[in-house]
Each structure stands twice: as structure tokens, then as C-alpha cells.
Design a protein around this ligand. Structure first.
Ligand SMILES: Nc1nc2c(c(=O)[nH]1)N[C@H]1C(S)=C(S)[C@@H](COP(=O)(O)OP(=O)(O)OC[C@H]3O[C@@H](n4cnc5c(=O)[nH]c(N)nc54)[C@H](O)[C@@H]3O)O[C@H]1N2
Ligand SMILES: Nc1nc2c(c(=O)[nH]1)N[C@H]1C(S)=C(S)[C@@H](COP(=O)(O)OP(=O)(O)OC[C@H]3O[C@@H](n4cnc5c(=O)[nH]c(N)nc54)[C@H](O)[C@@H]3O)O[C@H]1N2
Ligand code: SF4
Ligand SMILES: [Mo]
Length: 727
């Protein structure tokens, strides 16, 4: 095929020999792009392309999606179950029966010896909804441990907690189509062009049609900040103060939507008394944004016919993460910007199915946004599963970030890790290593055998990846998308659904409960359990989801057969009295801050070409080549003072540990801050502190203090080391 430039140096696109395109959904971020995978005549996946008729991505994909078919045959995929008796022995291959028998018997041994909650399960935001629900049934209904959580505690739990406190339920109220209606967009701690490139593209398209103001709050000059009309380089960890100050100005100048506040909210008195203390002068001294800018932003936001706020980890990963989310909701409630086109709070979700786990995994309670704390919910689900309601605990157990310390203190003796890599993604790597070594039994279930956490496992279960299986993901805008099975699982790897069903068979109670074998069979249970609820799936089927290229819940046959774009359009919330809560949020400054000994802020996050701990993108040549080595962004002025050069190396030290990285000089970070992508093992999480939010237990990954010094050229050092070893 020839494109452009006539016959002079034509661009030639190689014919990959695709004979069949198969529909599925991207498995990286939560944008939820529809993908078609091209198969050649031998059934091998050789290409990926965006689906033109899908509302989310309209034919586009980002570079991770474009190379996603290469995952099926990427290096170090797990092909067979592995076992060892002690973690420092080498693994030996085994068959599924022996591996699963071992898992079943070890869970029972540990529970009998130390009590039911002494065996913990930590899962993910990256398996299918049907798999989450099945794991929840297994964990809550069969194994019966209350120490069951997922890596969404590192990611979205502040958003979940904030939505529940404000609106009485989790669930993002807005959608991408809101960009088409908004008159002001506030983006806080979200680097959309790199982390959600296709949502960014949707936003920019809308902005090109109607030039609405974009206000970006981020201490770095990110790609999004470069597009902004107003960029607020907030002092790390102080967004809450800025948000309280915006509310202060709005109420002080009478710019609020009084009718909305009176009709649909409660708690105004206490809230307004609190924000009265956050005048822009006081706030400026804490959050680093001058008082005029605060007033200007507050007026722009409140005067817009419709205004919306999006946010991601700059808000959630903070000691005030949950409060930050509530403060965003407060802002939108006092300006009447919930449930209307272009007026909303919209958390930009992280992982492809972080929403699915919130809805159905039972990590924080029971399936379908039900709570362990509610007797009628426990009875309903126990009856549906056919078990005794007394088997359920009456309140949720530990979050992921509390499960690891409970292993350290000896309360928890066994752990099952599913599709997450805490050795790289949790703070204080040395401590996590010791904790994993403390376990009597660790089972790791992952698509890759070389995932760092697996070094400490007694049993490794090889999971099928992405479109080697079938099921649903829910995206950022509550859209349930279908992952069609495109190719068979590699080697002996099996779908997570199959693995959960097989583990259930190793328990007496598991043999009595119904565990449907197919994903579609599980989906029928979700439809029944959600009928008439906020997250109604009852009007969906797999075929309908594929035809519509995703359906947004609530979807039912009567009032919303095509799904629903927004929540709370009638101003009725999921609270006891139907009113949303305005909540007073005092700010407590508990972050580690730069000082003489550790003079730099250490910020961390992501880059477009990599996903998380690089188990996947590190093996795709066309992605890994952009940033194969741990590096940091550093301001040239600060580097000059320390004698650090572009492309040279630096050693960072914090109160927790040290790390050596290559240096990229850039004005993107201010002189008192450095930024390191967290994708590399033994790097930023050796340094980070990760204080926990009191409501969501989410770590403040992005705020701590480090010391920096030049380090010897690592390549020269490596050559010297090799030479030394040769003698
Ligand atoms: N390419 C790629 N895309 C991804 C992922 C990936 O690994 N790679 N991961 C997915 C997942 S799970 C997630 S959670 C999302 C994350 O998506 P984002 O949250 O957009 O990404 P991050 O880079 O973690 O952080 C965003 C910004 O927060 C800023 N920040 C740091 N501290 C503060 C602060 O105190 N206040 C404010 N306002 N901002 C602050 C950082 O400077 C950074 O630019 O991305 C998803 N998409
Ligand atoms: N310093 C710092 N640390 C951070 C963050 C930060 O911004 N800064 N961000 C945090 C956030 S928001 C997140 S979400 C976490 C992410 O941290 P992790 O969850 O630890 O990261 P991943 O690399 O995505 O791990 C997912 C694992 O699942 C495997 N996998 C993929 N598909 C499947 C499947 O279908 N089945 C099974 N069984 N396995 C599969 C992958 O191979 C991979 O090993 O990191 C957190 N850590
Ligand atoms: S934007 Fe997200 S969902 Fe879309 S192709 Fe890229 S990684 Fe996949
Ligand atoms: Mo995340």
C-alpha cells in the first residue's frame, strides 16, 4: 500500500498477511479502546488496529495498543506451573493438578493452624470482571478470609472512598462526551497525553471545536500542562488547600449555585465555616499558588455554564487523597456541576479493569457495590451463593497496604498474589522483600514467570493473558467492554477464571457452590445480581456489548436499554436521604518535605511507552527502546550546581534507601524537584516513603525528600567490574 508523497520516497506499509480481524478491547489503561487483532493464515496474531465504529477511540490507538498483539509471544511468559519447597531452591516444572493441590492444601493447613484470616489474597485491576467476581466468591464464600484486597489500593481507592463519602456510592458520574459540553476543564494531577492518550485526543478534539479553558494543576510542566491556559504548579501534597481556597472564593463572592445546594446537598453549614478559614492569602502560603490566580481560577470555574474536573494519581496518591476527591466533589456540588452535560467530577481510572474490581471483586465488601457491614447484603449474597450468612465477616478486613505489615508482624502466614507485582510497585523494596521471605507459603499467579515477586514464591501459576481469554472490562466512563478470545492461551497457561474454579474444587464448600465454567455463564450472575441497582447490567449481553462497542451502566430493558452516559442527572444520590454530602476538610500537613539534608522533592509516575512494572512493555522492542534504563528528569540549573550532566548518572538517597539513575535534564521539573518513572525494579520505590491516607489507605507515592549527588559513569563502572571479575 502506498501513502502520500506520490512516487517520491513513498511510505511503504508492509503487508502482514492478515486474513482475519478479531474484535477485542485493549488491556492496558482504563480508556477502554476497541481493538481488532489481525491473524495471519496460520492463526498467528500479527497486527492490531483501532475500531473505527467504537465511540471511545474512533479508530485510534496509542502506541501500546498498536503493538499489543506482540504480547502473546513475548519473552518469559509462563508456560507451565512451577513449584519449589523453599523459596531459595530453584523451581521445577510441574502439572496443574500437583500445583493446585498444593495451593489448596497449604491454604487449608495455614488456616487450620493460625485461623481463617491468616491466609491473605492480593489481586489486581487487570483481570476480567467475571474473573474478579469468581475470585470474590472463592475468597469470601469458600476460603473465607477477610484479608483480601487488590492493587487498586495503590491506585483508585482514594477515588472510591471520596465518591462514597460525597455521593453514598462509588461510580464516576461523568463520561468522555462531557468534553463536548464543558465550558471549563480543571485537570488535577493527571498527565492525560501520556497516560490516557486517547481520552486526551477526545478532549483535544472537543477543545478544537469550542475553545474552552483548560486549567492544569501539576507540580511538573507535563505535556498536558503545556497545553493549558492556566498552569498551577502546586506544592506537592497541598491540592486540598487549593481546592478549599477555590470554594472559599466562590462562596465569598456569591458565585455558588444556591438552588442546587438547597435542593440536593446537606452539610453546608459546617462546610462553609471550614472553607471560610482558607482565604486565598492563607492558602497561597501553603499551596504555592498566588492569591490572584486562585481567585481567577475560582471565578472562571464558577461562572462557566458547565464545568468539570478530571483527576488521576496526583490527587489519589496522597495522604489527603480521599479528602482531595471529596474536595473536588464539594467544588462541583456548590457550583451545580454534577450529572449535567459538561458538568461533572470524573476520576480518570488507572488500570484496564480497576472499575471491574471495584464493582464485582468483593475486595471491599460483597459483589455489586454491596457492603459486608449491611445485614441485608450479607443475607442476599449468602442466599444467592447458597452458604450460611454467618460465614461472612461483618466488616471489611485489611487493605493491601496493611496486609504486608500484618505479614511482617506474623499475623498473616500465607499469601496469594494475582496479577500484581508488589516487589516493584510498593514502596520500601527492602522491607517488601523481607516480608515476602517471612511467608510460610506464597503463590504467584501471573502471565509472566519472570515477574520479580515470583522470586519469593513457592508455587507459580502461569496465567493466560488478555485476549487469550474472554470477559469484560469496565472503563473510566462506566462502559462495559468485551474482550473476545482471539488466540489460545500460550503453552499450558490457563485463564484466571479456570484457575479460580479449580482452586474452589479443592475445598468442601467450593464443591457445593455453583461456579459457572464459562465467562458468559458468570456474566449471567452479574446481570441478575445488579438488576435495579446503580450498576445495573441487566440489559446487557455479550453480543449487544460487541455491537454497541461497549455499554455504560446502568443499562436495563425498561428505562435505559442503550445504557446511560451520566449518573445523578436527577440530583438524587445514594445516601440515606438522597442528598449529596458537603464535607468540611481540614488540612493536616504530614508529608515528608525537603530540608537541608534531603533538599529535593522526589516525584514519581509514568511515561507513555511503558506500563507499570514493565513485565509487558519491557519485552516489546518498539516500546522498550524509548526508555530502557532507569532515569530521572532534573532541572538543568539544579544539576549544574551539583556538577551533574545530561546523560550522566546520579545517586539519590532518601531516609529509606538509595538508587542510581541516568539523568535527563529538562525544564519540565522545577529546580527543587526530580521525577522518576516508577517502571523500573529496584529504583524509585527503594526511595519513596508512601505514607498512607487515613480513609483509603492509599500510599502517597509522589511526595518525599531525597539527597542527590553525581555518580560515576555506570557503563565505565560496569566495564571495570567485568574486567575486575576476569582476573
Ligand atoms: N503509559 C501508561 N499509561 C498508563 C499507565 C502506565 O503505567 N503507563 N498506568 C495506568 C494507571 S494504573 C494509572 S493509575 C494512570 C496514572 O495516570 P496519571 O496519574 O496521569 O500518571 P502519573 O504519572 O502517575 O501522575 C500524574 C501526575 O501527577 C503529578 N503529581 C505529583 N504530585 C502531585 C501533587 O501533589 N499534586 C498534583 N496535582 N499533581 C501531582 C505528577 O507530576 C504527574 O505528572 O495511568 C494509567 N495509564
Ligand atoms: N513510586 C510509585 N509507585 C507506584 C505508582 C506510582 O505512581 N509511583 N503507581 C501505583 C499504581 S497507580 C499502580 S496501579 C500500581 C501497579 O503495580 P502492579 O500492579 O504491581 O503493576 P503491573 O506491572 O501492572 O502488575 C500486573 C501484573 O499482572 C500480570 N498480568 C497481566 N495480565 C494478566 C492476566 O490476565 N492474569 C494474570 N494472572 N496476570 C496478568 C503482569 O504480567 C504483571 O506482572 O503501582 C503503584 N506503584
Ligand atoms: S489509550 Fe489506553 S486503552 Fe487506548 S490503546 Fe492506549 S493503552 Fe490501550
Ligand atoms: Mo494505577
Amino acid at each position: 500500500m502506498l501513502f502520500g508523497r506520490g512516487t517520491k520516497n513513498p511510505i511503504k506499509i508492509a503487508d502482514k498477511g492478515v486474513v482475519d480481524w478479531k474484535y477485542t478491547t485493549c488491556g492496558y489503561c482504563s480508556t477502554g479502546c476497541s481493538i481488532e487483532v489481525g491473524l495471519d493464515k496460520d492463526g498467528k496474531a500479527v497486527a492490531s488496529r483501532g475500531v473505527g465504529s467504537a465511540d471511545v477511540n474512533r479508530g485510534k490507538l496509542c502506541l501500546k495498543g498498536i503493538f499489543e498483539h506482540e504480547l502473546f509471544h513475548s519473552a518469559n511468559r509462563g508456560r507451565a506451573p512451577l513449584m519449589r519447597d523453599r523459596f531459595y531452591e530453584s523451581f521445577r516444572e510441574t502439572d496443574w493438578d500437583e500445583a493446585l493441590d498444593k495451593v489448596g492444601s497449604e491454604i487449608q493447613r495455614i488456616q487450620e493452624k493460625y485461623g481463617r484470616d491468616s491466609f491473605a489474597i492480593v489481586s489486581t485491576g487487570q483481570i476480567m470482571t467475571e474473573e474478579f467476581y469468581t475470585l470474590g466468591k472463592l475468597a469470601r464464600g469458600v476460603i473465607g478470609t477477610n484479608n483480601y484486597d487488590g492493587n487498586t489500593t495503590l491506585c483508585m481507592s482514594s477515588a472510591v472512598s471520596g465518591y462514597k463519602r460525597s455521593f453514598g456510592s462509588d461510580g464516576p458520574p461523568g463520561c468522555y462526551e462531557d468534553f463536548e459540553h464543558t465550558e471549563c476543564l480543571l485537570a488535577i494531577g493527571s498527565n492525560l497525553p501520556e497516560q490516557h492518550p486517547i481520552i486526551y485526543w477526545r478532549m483535544q478534539q472537543a477543545r478544537e471545536r469550542r475553545r474552552f479553558p483548560l486549567i492544569v494543576v501539576d507540580p511538573r510542566v507535563t505535556m498536558l500542562a503545556q497545553q493549558a491556559d492556566i498552569h498551577l504548579p502546586v506544592t506537592p501534597g497541598t491540592d486540598l488547600v487549593l481546592l478549599n481556597a477555590l470554594a472559599h472564593v466562590i462562596l465569598d463572592e456569591g458565585l455558588e449555585d444556591r438552588a442546587y445546594i438547597d435542593a440536593h446537598t446537606g452539610g453546608y453549614e459546617e462546610f462553609s465555616a471550614l472553607v471560610a478559614q482558607y482565604d486565598p492569602v492563607t492558602a497561597a502560603a501553603i499551596c504555592g499558588i498566588d492569591e490572584d490566580t486562585i481567585r481567577n481560577v475560582a471565578r472562571t470555574y464558577a461562572r462557566a455554564g458547565a464545568a468539570m474536573t478530571i483527576w488521576t494519581m496526583g490527587i489519589n496518591q496522597s495522604t489527603h487523597g480521599s479528602d482531595g476527591v471529596v474536595a473536588i466533589n464539594n467544588l462541583n456540588l456548590i457550583t451545580g456541576n454534577i450529572g449535567k452535560p459538561g458538568g461533572t467530577s470524573l476520576s480518570i481510572t488507572g488500570q484496564c479493569n480497576a472499575m471491574g474490581t471495584r464493582e464485582w471483586s468483593s475486595c471491599s465488601g460483597l459483589p455489586g457495590y454491596r457492603a459486608l457491614e449491611h445485614e441485608e447484603d450479607r443475607e442476599y449474597i449468602a442466599d444467592y451463593w447458597g452458604i450460611d450468612p454467618e460465614f461472612f465477616p461483618k466488616k471489611r478486613g485489611l487493605f493491601q497496604t496493611d496486609i504486608f505489615p500484618a505479614i511482617e508482624s506474623g499475623e498473616i502466614k500465607g499469601l496469594w498474589v494475582i496479577a500484581t507485582n508488589p516487589m516493584t510497585s510498593m514502596t520500601n523494596t527492602a522491607r517488601i522483600r523481607k516480608i515476602l521471605e517471612n511467608l510460610e507459603f506464597l503463590v504467584v499467579q501471573d502471565a509472566y514467570a519472570d515477574v520479580e515477586t515470583n522470586e519469593y514464591a513457592h508455587v507459580y501459576l502461569p496465567a493466560a493473558i488478555w485476549a487469550e481469554k474472554e470477559g469484560c472490562f469496565t472503563n473510566t466512563e462506566r462502559r462495559v467492554n468485551l474482550i473476545r478470545n482471539v488466540v489460545e492461551p500460550l503453552g499450558q497457561s490457563k485463564s484466571d477464571l479456570w484457575i479460580f474454579n479449580e482452586v474452589a474444587k479443592r475445598f468442601d464448600q467450593g464443591r457445593k457452590i455453583r461456579f459457572p465454567e464459562t465467562a458468559e455463564g458468570v456474566f449471567d450472575e452479574l446481570r441478575e445480581l445488579s438488576r435495579g441497582r446503580l450498576l445495573d447490567y441487566s440489559g446487557m449481553t455479550y453480543d449487544k456489548i460487541e455491537q454497541q462497542r461497549g455499554i455504560q451502566w446502568p443499562c436495563n430493558h425498561d428505562s435505559a436499554p442503550e445504557g446511560s452516559s451520566r449518573l445523578y442527572t436527577d440530583g438524587v444520590f445514594q445516601t440515606a436521604d438522597g442528598r449529596a454530602h458537603l464535607i468540611a476538610l481540614p488540612f493536616v500537613d504530614n508529608n515528608e518535605r525537603p530540608d537541608e539534608e534531603y533538599p529535593f522533592w522526589l516525584n514519581s509516575g509514568r511515561v507513555v511507552e511503558h506500563f507499570h512494572t514493565r513485565t509487558r512493555t519491557g519485552k516489546i522492542g518498539n516500546l522498550n527502546k524509548f526508555s530502557p534504563t532507569p532515569y530521572m528528569e532534573m532541572n538543568p540549573d539544579a544539576a549544574r550546581e551539583l556538577g551533574i550532566i545530561h546523560g550522566g548518572y546520579a545517586r539519590l538517597t532518601s531516609r529509606r534507601g538509595d538508587a542510581v539513575v541516568m539523568v535527563q535534564l529538562t525544564q519540565r521539573v522545577p529546580p527543587n524537584m526530580v521525577f522518576i518513572p516508577f517502571h523500573y525494579h529496584e529504583c524509585v520505590n527503594r526511595l519513596a516513603l508512601g505514607l498512607l491516607d487515613p480513609h483509603s489507605r492509599q500510599p502517597a507515592f509522589k511526595q518525599c525528600a531525597v539527597h542527590i549527588e553525581p555518580a560515576a559513569d555506570q557503563q565505565v563502572a560496569a566495564v571495570r567490574n567485568r574486567a575486575a571479575r576476569a582476573y
